[in-house]
Every structure is written in C-alpha cells, then in structure tokens.
Design a binder for this molecule. Structure first.
Ligand code: GLA
Length: 727
C-alpha cells in the first residue's frame, strides 16, 4: 500500500524506495515528519521538532503552545508566527490576514488526482491522498493533494484553496509546497542560462541566506528552469541524498531554499508571488500548480532516471507518447524567411532519399511575413510565397514520401497584421502607456476566451486544410504590460496565472482535437522547457544553439530532469550559425542522437559525401532508437571538467542490461593526449560484454569499476559511439 493512515492520524506515503510522513497533533496541526529513504512502519513524528530546546516555547508539537517557528508544518502560513519562508499569505474579507489551518478530514482516492485546467502527472497506478485542513476562524478549506507513484519514487503535491465564506478572499501567495529537511548541509543544483545557452548547471550551498530560482517573465524562461535538486553537500551522480523539486508549470515561478536559525533547511516552491494577487469568490477554489518530487539516496543518476520514466509514462500524452517519432528536417537554419514552395520541395526530395520522414516548414509561411516584423496573428497562407495553396505544397511534399509539419506562434501579434487592425485591444497593453516591443511583437491577452477562440479557429482552418502531422508551437518573447481590458482593476494581479491557464486551455483544445499531430514546444529555443509544457507537447526544442559543443552543456543540464525523448536536437551546418565553430559532421550527429535527432539545414547545398554521412546517421539512429529513447541515462564525464578528462561522455543502458551505447565527444585538441579509461554504469556486473563487437570480452563489473580504453582521438571535437553488447 502506497498510502497508510493510522488511527493516530499519521499519514505515510511509501514508494519503492522512499517514505514521506506527516501527522496531526492534538491541536489539529498537520506536521511534516520526514521525507527520504524508505523506513519501516513506524511513527517518525519525533523528527519534526527539536526536543527540550527552549523553555520559553514548548517545542513539542504534540502538546499545546508550541512555536510555529520551530516546527515543520506541511502548510507554512505567513503572519501567524512562522517567520521563515512561507507558502501561503491571504487576506480575509474583513482585512485580517493569516490563517491557522487545522485538520478537518482525509480521503484516499484510487488513481492519481488531476488539477482543473492545469497539467499534472496522471495514471491509474498512482494513488491519491487528500488531507483537508480548515482555518480555525473562517470557512476556508485547504485541500492538500498528494499523488504517489511507487515505481518511480515520485510524490506529487498540489494545494486547492476553497472559499466557503460568504465573501471574497485574496491570495497574496499560494505556493505548492513547503518541505523541511532537518539538519545536514545541502547544496542546490539549478539550471540557469539565456537564449542559446539554456539550463547550464550551477551548484550552490544552501546557507542561511535565501537561495532563489525564479521567473517573472510570464514563462518558465531561459534564465532559470522550474526544477532544482536539493542534495547532500557531498552527493554525486552515484552517491548521496538528492531531492528533485520540479514544478509542473510554465509561467512565473519561484523555488526558494534557506537554512533557518536552527539549521533546518526549508524549501518552498510554486507560483511566483511577485505580481500575483488572486481573488477567490465565495464557493470558488484556487488550484496551485503541481510539484513533482523524486528522492534518491543513490545520487543524481537514479533521480534523473526516475524523472525520465515518470515523464515518459505519466506526464506525456497522446499518440506520440510511446510511438517512434519521425526523423524530421526543419528549414529554419536552411532558409530562414527566404523560401518558396519549389525550394521546400527540393529540400524534401533530397531529404527523403536519405531517410528523413517529416518536413517542417518553419516561420514565414503566413500573412506577408518575410522577416520578423509582421504578420503574427494572421494565420493564413501566403499563397504567393508558397506558389499556391498549402494543400498543394503538402501534397508535393507527401509525394516525395515525407509527412508535413508547420510552425505557429499562437500567443503573439505583430502590429503590422490584419489581426491587429481588427482587434488592437487583443494585445496585453497598459492604458496610457506604449507597450513594449520585443522581437518587434506583442503578446496576446490569452486570459480572454475570445482571443483564444480567434487563434484557435484560425489554426484549425490551417490544420484542416492539408495533411499536417506535426506542429511547432513557438513563443518568442516574454510578458510585459500586464493589464487586461477584460478584467476589473482588483483582478489585474491574476493576469500572469490566467495567461498560463489560457494557454493551457488552448493547448488542451488543440491537442485533443488533433490527436494525430505531433506537437513540439519551443520558446526562442528552450525558453519554456518545463514539465507543464511536456504534458501537452511530448518534445521541446532544447535550444536555438545547434553547435554540438555548446549543446554538450545544454543537453547535460537538461538531462537532470528531462528525458532524451523530450529534447529536440538537430544537426545543422558548419561554421555554426550561432558561434561559427566547425565540428565534424559525425559529432553533430552523435550529439543529436541523444535527443530527438533531426536536421536543420539546406540539404540541397550539401556535398554527396555529406549526404552519405547523413544517410548513415539516420539509419544508425533508427537502429539504436529504442535503446536511446527508453534506456537508462547516465552522465559519465561532465562537460564542466575538461581538465579532468579530454572528453564529455554519457551512456544509455537497456532496461535488461543486455546492451549499452556510450557516446564520447573530445574537447579542443591538446598536444599531450593521454590514453584514458572510461568507466561505464548500469551493466550487469556478473555478465561478459563486448565493445563494438570486439573479440576481447569484459566483465560488467570490470567495465564499471576499471573501465575500458577509449580509442585515440587527436582531432578537436572528435566523437565516437561504443556499443556494448552481451558476449
Ligand atoms: C525561434 C525558434 C526557432 C525558429 C524561429 C523562427 O527562435 O526557436 O527555431 O522557429 O523562432 O522565428
């Protein structure tokens, strides 16, 4: 049983390897006792408070008069005596603040809960515990949802606040989780970046200062990712305690961690309270986004693999959740805005001969868009540029044996567009101020149903007009000018969140009405690569940076939470358009294999030799597809330690441990290249293996503890694959 409730009101959530425990004290307060490695059936409540600590306060939370500031409550509230990071701040109808939630009831539901209008992990194999607390003074209910997925050690949480008073209440802060970790010294791994260098890894000590990872951009952003790992200060890939905290949300977020005055580490996470104020009317509810937590006491690799599996099986949906996805060619870096139908068909023709299965027409096919200054919002085909109808172009591409995909940027509007002429009020703009342009465009007010309906109808018309099997959903700027003509002045603080709910609603409508379309999310590269988006679209463009060497760090950082199968990765030309670096074509291929693998170039301009190499790559990628996409993923050599090894390396291992694929990429050539042994992971230690069909055989434990000699590579950026199979 994943959820155990005993008569002392001790609530225990068990997964295969972890335990999460809470209990209700005599006063009805719900305390957090423990989260970590699995422990047997016992009462862990003693861990939630510090004994005999200070006579001035009873620190025994089972007794009366305990101090909120010295205990660990599941729902930490601002303004009622807990001076640390809090998850909830509200104002009652009479202007009073704070809440004192006490136990009301609980229920256990079969299967995993879902959240109204928001993405969440799902699955019949999950179980749900709902603990309902009620404020002592007002009829405000706090439904604490816990989802338990035993197999992947995943525990999810979300909070639903229900206003049963006769008046409105205001939320100034409504986070999804408070998590206290007693004692110990912890680090936080977070994934920061910018456009073209997303999800770079930074490891910082959690000290008595608050460490904050956040976004106020209206999107999860390139700058920070809504996922962190809080770990033992000595945790590594294979050893130590590590807690993953990932928000299933794509908008403004915050994840904060600090050590309190008594050395307890507290983490809170949820919607960023900055710019947030939400009114909950009588008999209405407010749902926080879900937080997805995985604990591992075997370091980061185990944690990552549990996230990867849970995302693949219990977050991504639709036809392409498990189906093999087509190898695509996207024309963006190949043509930018400069194309017509003949050019695209010529590309498709050459690509088809090499094994490419899907042609994606990127930005520039609609309105009169020949650069990035116009036409967003005008989702009708530029028939002059496409030399006829979209249907005609798609038929020509289909005739070359390729499926057809198309690019949209549904959330934005250009001033130079028909949509803007007809509906200038559709953009987010503050009255009496000039709204801010970014990439020459504005953001549509997605809080408004009529705006979403307009975009939906236009998209449906395009998607029904031809045989389209793939959509790239882009979002190339962030939210400013936060004012909605459709909301009263008291509700302007709801826009950021309502914007996200609007986007999710549109995505739900579109993806469920077009179940055969593969959707890929994108946001100026990887600016909205998060668990929320993966619920609607099973893959995301990882970065506009397609340089294989820069991608080592980008894909490395991304892999801590997100599976290979979600990472859009394409081979592009050299010198690279972003940084002018020249890398071998096979290196570019190898790096893209550990993502979705596709092409982003003008194939008609490639030499016969290059085309032959691409053909080889596509065949090789298809051969290794299942191993790469469903295998356990191990980071072997970090791209952050070039002084320790000449290589960056990673590996995938099949679930039955019968085969593995290792990829190495060398950095800049150094004069004194030393032979290197590479240790692999995840094999059966008692079985014999061969490497690339070698005569020599190796014991699994030898490969994992001593390693094998890497082939000699003296060229900069050389890359190799090592296929390890049972002997
Ligand atoms: C963004 C995307 C690119 C491309 C362009 C088109 O930058 O990340 O892949 O689609 O927009 O404008």
């Amino acid at each position: 049983m994943a959820i155990i409730v005993n008569k002392e009101k001790i609530f225990t959530l068990n997964t295969q390897n972890t335990t999460y425990q809470m209990y209700v004290n005599e006063d009805g307060v719900l305390f957090h006792s423990y989260y970590g490695a699995r422990v047997g059936e016992c009462d862990l409540s003693y861990a939630s408070h510090k004994p005999n600590w200070n006579a001035a306060f009873s620190s025994n939370p089972r007794g009366k008069g305990y101090s909120h500031n010295h205990t660990s409550e599941e729902l930490s509230v601002f303004g009622v005596g807990d001076f640390r990071l809090s998850a909830l701040a509200l104002v009652n109808h009479d202007g009073t603040t704070g809440a004192e939630p006490v136990y009301h009831s609980y229920k256990i539901l079969k299967g995993k809960y879902q959240i109204k209008g928001m993405p969440a992990f799902y699955g019949d194999e999950g179980e749900t515990l709902v603990i309902t607390l009620k404020d002592k003074a007002y009829d405000i209910y706090f439904h604490m949802y816990y989802g338990v997925f035993e197999e992947n050690d995943l525990i999810t949480r979300a909070l639903v606040i229900e206003n049963k008073t006769n008046s409105e209440i205001k939320l100034n802060k409504a986070l999804s989780v408070t998590l206290d970790l007693q004692g110990g010294t912890y680090d936080m791994l977070h994934f920061y970046g910018a456009h073209m260098r997303e999800r770079l890894l930074e490891r910082t000590r959690i000290t008595h200062l608050t460490s904050t990872v956040s976004s106020v951009r209206g999107a999860s952003s390139h700058t920070q990712n809504p996922f962190v790992i809080v770990c033992d200060k000595s945790a590594t890939e294979e050893f130590g305690s590590a807690y993953g905290i990932g928000l299933v949300y794509s908008g403004n977020f915050v994840i904060c961690a600090e050590k309190d005055q008594h050395e307890t580490t507290r983490v809170v996470a949820g919607i960023n309270p900055e710019g947030f104020e939400y009114t909950v009317a009588p008999n209405e509810t407010f749902e926080t986004p879900e937080v997805a937590m995985v604990y591992s006491n075997e370091g980061f690799a185990k944690l990552s693999n549990n996230y990867h599996k849970a995302i693949r099986n219990n977050l991504c949906r639709g036809k392409y959740k498990n189906a093999r996805r087509p190898v695509l060619i996207n024309n963006w870096e190949g043509t930018y805005f400069d194309f017509n139908a003949d050019k695209l068909v010529a590309m498709a023709k050459d690509a088809g001969k090499l094994g490419v299965e899907l042609f994606v027409m990127d930005d520039g096919w609609f309105g009169h868009r020949d650069d990035d200054r116009s036409s967003l919002g005008d989702w009708f085909v530029n028939e002059e540029k496409l030399q006829g109808s979209l249907d005609n172009l798609v038929k020509r591409i289909n005739a070359e044996g390729l499926q057809f995909g198309i690019w949209f940027e549904p959330e934005c509007i250009s001033e130079d567009s028909e949509l803007f002429k007809a509906h200038p009020d559709y953009r987010l703009a503050i009255p009496n101020r000039d709204p801010q342009l970014s990439r020459h465009q504005f953001v549509l007010d997605m809080t408004r149903k009529e705006v979403r309906d307009n975009i939906y109808d236009q998209m449906v018309e395009v998607l029904n007009s031809a045989n389209i099997t793939y959509v790239k959903w882009d979002f190339n700027r962030h939210l400013t000018d936060i004012y909605s003509a459709a909301l009263p002045k008291e509700r302007q603080g709801e826009i950021y969140h309502r914007y996200m709910l609007g986007v999710y609603e549109l995505l739900e409508r579109l993806t469920s009405n077009f179940p055969n379309i593969l959707f890929e999310s994108c946001s100026g590269g990887g600016g909205r690569f998060d668990l929320g988006m993966l619920y609607y679209m099973p893959q995301a463009w990882t970065s506009d940076n397609t340089d294989a060497i820069d991608r080592l760090k980008i894909q490395y950082g991304t892999s801590f939470a997100y599976p290979v199968r979600a990472m859009g990765a394409h081979v592009s030309v050299c010198p690279n358009h972003g940084n002018a670096r020249v890398t071998p074509l096979n290196t570019r291929g190898n790096v893209a294999y550990f993502g979705t693998y596709g092409l982003e170039l003008d194939i008609t301009k490639m030499t016969d030799e290059e085309k032959a190499e691409i053909k080889r790559q596509i065949a090789e990628f298809k051969e290794y597809y299942d191993l790469i996409q469903y295998g356990d993923y191990y980071r072997l050599l970090s791209p952050y330690t070039p002084d320790e090894s000449r290589y960056c390396a990673w590996e995938v291992v099949s679930e039955d441990k019968s085969e593995a694929l290792v990829c190495t990429v060398a950095y800049d050539s150094k004069c004194t290249v030393q032979p290197e042994l590479l240790k692999v992971k995840g094999l059966d230690q008692n079985k014999m293996y061969r490497i690339n069909g070698s005569e020599e055989t190796y014991l699994g434990s030898a490969l994992m503890n001593i390693g094998f000699w890497l082939e000699y590579d003296h060229l900069s950026y050389a890359s190799r694959l090592y296929h390890i199979t049972l002997a």
